[in-house]
Design a protein around this ligand. Sequence first.
Ligand code: MYR
Length: 279
Amino acid sequence: MQKTAIVTDSTAYLPKDVRERCNIHMIPLQVTFGLESFEEEQELTVDEFYRKSSVQLPKTSQPPIGEFINLYKRLALDYDEIITIHLSSSISGTYAGAVQAGEMTEHAAVYAFDSEISCAMQGFYVLKAAEMASDGAGATEILQELDQMKKSMRAYFMVEDLKHLQRGGRLSGAQALVGGMLQIKPILHFEKTEIVPFEKVRTRKKAMNRMMSLLEADVQSGDSIKATIIHANREADAQQWKKELEAQFSTVEFDISYFGPVIGVHLGEGSMGLGWVKK
Ligand code: MYR
């Protein structure tokens, strides 16, 4: 009998059928165009989002705390423990909301996990937690495993234009980029929950090659790895890159995921990333 419920937010971008099959509960973040707000993954598809955002500048917001409280309360009727896994605490108040709601929850212990990342990599944690929970593991065991995974979790990404990240105030250490902001395609990554520049690269192709060389270093260390390409409305490019990656890294299992509306607001269309973790 499963005693631990698994909750995440929409920025893990786990498809609905996967969430349903794996018994994963999801709380959506929101995107606002003018006076109209949409819950991503529920009321706004990725296609609609990129279409709309080409004409109007959207904003994002964390889920209202009531959403967490209501969900945890409902889950507490059936589960002893709840693990709630969220996007990095430095880029959104979502994790803080989960912690606060957890403290207000009775009849179940709520454990909030800061993924210190987002998107498909957050999804890796969620899927592992869900698999362990369905095998009957408790929160302590699951959280230990997630902490272990953190050691090998990697994600690098590039944006077409840094203005989105700057406008949303989600880029730390940006002074490292001053001077060549317009000409470069910086590779970014997470360091201690924050998005920081990793390296300055001049072209998209060079950025993609550099991400491949970073993956190569980990593959060569002998670890068995699974990886995901993440794209912001660049499905064909992602498919093409997947072919190249599969040809170069025959032992790695590759998947394709996407930067959905909330993350898309902050990165901009055309962004691409590559993330991986030890299996
Ligand atoms: C909110 O309004 O609370 C949501 C803010 C989301 C900020 C997203 C910043 C970009 C994250 C990039 C993740 C890349 C993962 C590989």
